[in-house]
Design a binder for this molecule. Structure first.
Ligand code: NOJ
Ligand code: CA
Length: 706
């Protein structure tokens, strides 16, 4: 793989301004001048900020502060000691990503505040203003008499100036796998989303939303609220004050202690981010979240190669095979018989089928779920510690033979660690489990955290788990292992710092189409996800289901898209590990659409979002690294539509052979999902195309240089 040399260019200009309180507010504008953030203190010494876009107020006076369990609140009687401004401009390179070069250009304002009473505590607030949004964080410097901050709550406000159309999921402390809701901001009711029957864990204590939460204004302004660089802190949900059009941070807590976050000084919080763009595509093209993270800390990661993969997974979700080896119904009760029941999916023989299929179809990996002992006591068992074993295969899985065979065929086995959220067992075995992978030359693990967190009282999104997930990524890097976590903490751009954090779930994935009570994800799901969850980072959605209705397995469920849309997802939904999730036999029966999966890239030189509206449709074109070939995907919700696109992004003076995989004239996600037309034409940079998408449909195009 071609890797250009790291080009690193930094220009920084620093100026220090002394400020008297009471004077003009301290202001800073984005490099293009469109976005302005102003900071000020009111007469009680309470800090607040405002944001303007083109001189229009977008965030009105929003106050900042903290509550502690062992000390008075911090957020009043503050004095501005000093304000520092800085310009920054660099271009850094993604080792893998939606693009190679990333411009990181911002104006920074740092304000130093000190309490004007007996305690004299100090805090800095740092704002970074980009052309496509802003981030700010709190920095607590080392100071006398204050070693440990026991944070009861962070009080960061976001005061809106309009009752935005909002795309949201509830502020669940335990899972992000909810359907998106589309309502006016003032109509958000997260508490109505409690107790979802398909979730192995869920806890929604407040009327709050999780992030990214995306909003669309009447004049077309798009806002998305999230956070960047979530390290040693809790996930921030946003509490909804409908009457005042205001959101206030609510950190995820724990039942085991009063405080929500514990940090030793000096420390800083994650960045609180607001992406602000004039249209929906701008949100996807924004690099704000990764830019607010620190550069690569783990050095060379060339041992990880972006790849497509198949695997033993969908057959379990369809009920064709099982993860476990010996669970049987005995007198109506599920019992571990210790004997093979014959439905176990991860057998040497079955995995070899996937290896052969991957090798024959330009697919780099095979994921093997259910290979190790412990699946007899995972979901729903309270005593899950000490059950899963990440070193011991079931008797019908010959790990030596499988890895030998895979190597011979040029395919990599992807490891699977379902922890069942029994964190202590996983932590204890981490070194030996990653060591085993290194021994077999495996460079990627999919981890899973299904169920309520053990120890009891912790939540998936609290500080305890944030530390656990980050520790796993850091440790894995030492064994040259890349991590794709399911039931993860949300992505906050840490892939810049730890490029081995390659992908994650953290949304309702394809699996819900196999078994959820709502009969899958509605057609609007992914056109919302592209503008919400995907802003956070790569998604392991597991696309590519060809047998859309799978009546022979689960007659009452189905995928709610056309086949053409399943192909388009390889381009629209970004991930450097991209599954071809369906069964080998379903692909072998459909060689024509399979050709797109064989051809499509997974690592990109550049990406262009050609059009889109949140919740309706989106079209993305991506250029593959190394080959320079282009791939395009367009998807729509339950409405059919026509989209005109201009191919002026193609290289000039180059002719491309394009293969178009589109919905047939009678295609429809429910009535006729398999109606697919494949056409081959020549294209160049002056070509224009009209894409016709069926209800729940899509278009996928490969454009290969002649
Ligand atoms: C949930 C994951 O999202 C899914 O991909 C996996 O197959 C199961 N857990 C079992 O680990
Ligand atoms: Ca899941």
């Amino acid at each position: 793989m071609m890797r250009k040399k790291y080009v690193f260019m930094v220009i920084a200009l620093i100026s220090i301004l002394s400020c008297d309180p009471g004077k003009e507010p301290t202001e800073i504008s984005s490099p293009n001048g469109q976005l302005t953030v102003s900071f000020n203190l009111n007469s009680d010494g309470q800090p607040y900020y405002r944001v303007q876009h083109d001189n229009k107020l977008v965030i009105d006076s929003s106050y900042l502060g903290f509550e502690f369990t062992d000390a008075p609140a911090l957020g009043s009687n503050l004095k501005l000691i000093q304000a520092t401004k800085k310009s920054f401009d660099e271009t850094w390179q993604m080792p893998w990503g939606e693009q190679l070069d990333v411009v990181n250009r911002y104006e920074e304002l740092a304000v130093e505040l000190e309490e004007q009473n007996t305690s004299n505590r100090k805090v800095r607030v740092v704002f970074r203003v980009y052309d496509d949004g802003l981030g700010f964080r709190y920095e607590f410097p080392e100071q006398e008499g204050w070693q440990t901050a026991l944070i009861a709550e962070e009080q960061t406000q976001f005061k809106l100036t309009e009752d935005y159309k909002t795309f949201w999921i509830p502020g669940d402390w335990d899972i992000y796998e909810h359907l998106y809701n589309t309502t006016a901001f003032s109509e958000i009711d997260a508490l109505a989303k409690r107790n979802h029957p398909n979730l192995a864990q869920t806890y929604i204590p407040n009327n709050a939303v999780n992030t990214p939460v995306t909003m669309v204004g009447k004049n077309g302004l798009h806002l998305s609220f999230h956070e960047a660089a979530l390290v040693d802190y809790s996930d921030m949900t946003l509490g909804i004050d409908a009457d005042n059009l205001r959101m206030t941070s609510i950190l995820v807590g724990s039942e085991n202690r009063e405080h929500k976050v514990e940090c030793e000084l000096p420390f800083h919080t994650p960045w609180r981010t607001i992406q602000i763009t004039e249209n929906a595509p701008g949100l996807i093209e924004s690099n704000l979240i990764v830019n607010l993270n620190e550069p690569n800390k783990i050095g060379d990661v060339s041992w990880f190669k972006p790849m497509k993969y198949t695997g033993v997974l969908w057959e379990m979700h369809l009920g064709k095979s099982s993860w476990d080896y010996g669970m049987e119904q005995v007198n109506g009760n599920w019992t571990d018989t210790g004997k093979a029941h014959g439905r176990h999916g991860a057998t040497t023989e079955n995995v070899k089928r996937f290896i052969d299929f991957s090798a024959a179809n330009n697919i780099g990996g095979v994921l093997v779920e259910g290979w190790n002992t412990g699946w007899e006591r995972w979901i729903g068992f309270p005593d899950r510690e000490g059950v899963f074993d990440f070193l011991t295969p079931y008797p019908d899985y010959d790990i030596n033979e499988v890895t030998r065979y895979a190597r011979e065929k040029g395919v990599e086995i992807i490891m699977h660690h379902e922890t069942s959220a029994a964190t202590e067992t996983y932590t204890k075995q981490m070194d030996s489990a990653y060591g085993l992978m290194q021994y077999y030359g495996m460079h990627a693990v999919k981890s899973g955290y299904v169920g309520k967190i053990l120890p009891d009282g912790e939540y998936h999104h609290g500080q305890y788990m944030v530390d656990h997930y980050n520790m796993a990524v850091e440790k894995a890097a030492k064994y040259q292992v890349a991590v794709n976590a399911h039931e993860p903490i949300k992505a906050t751009g840490l892939r810049r710092t730890y490029p081995n954090a390659v992908s994650r779930e953290g949304l309702r994935g394809q699996e819900f189409n196999a078994w959820s009570i709502e009969k899958g994800n509605p057609s609007e799901h992914l056109p919302i996800v592209a503008f919400t969850r995907m802003l956070a980072g790569p998604i392991d959605f597991t696309p590519g289901i060809f047998n859309i209705k799978f009546d022979e397995y689960r007659g009452d469920s189905q995928v709610n898209t056309t086949l053409a849309q399943q192909l388009a997802l390889y381009v629209v939904i970004y991930s450097p590990v991209q599954m071809a999730a369906d069964l080998v036999e379903h692909y072998e029966a459909n060689p024509e659409p399979l050709q797109f999966i064989r051809d499509v890239g997974v690592d990109w030189q550049q990406s262009k979002v050609l059009n889109g509206e949140v919740g309706d449709y989106v079209t993305i074109a991506r250029q593959e690294r190394d080959t320079g070939n282009w791939f395009l995907g367009a998807i729509t919700d339950e409405n059919e539509r026509e989209l005109k696109i201009d191919l002026d992004f193609l290289d000039e003076n180059v002719s491309y052979t394009a293969r178009i995989y589109r919905d047939g004239d009678n295609a429809h996600w429910d009535d006729n999902p398999l109606d697919l037309v494949i056409e081959e034409i020549k294209l160049n940079s002056s070509s224009e195309l009209t894409l016709k998408l069926a209800a729940g449909g899509g278009v996928a195009i490969s454009m290969i240089k002649d």
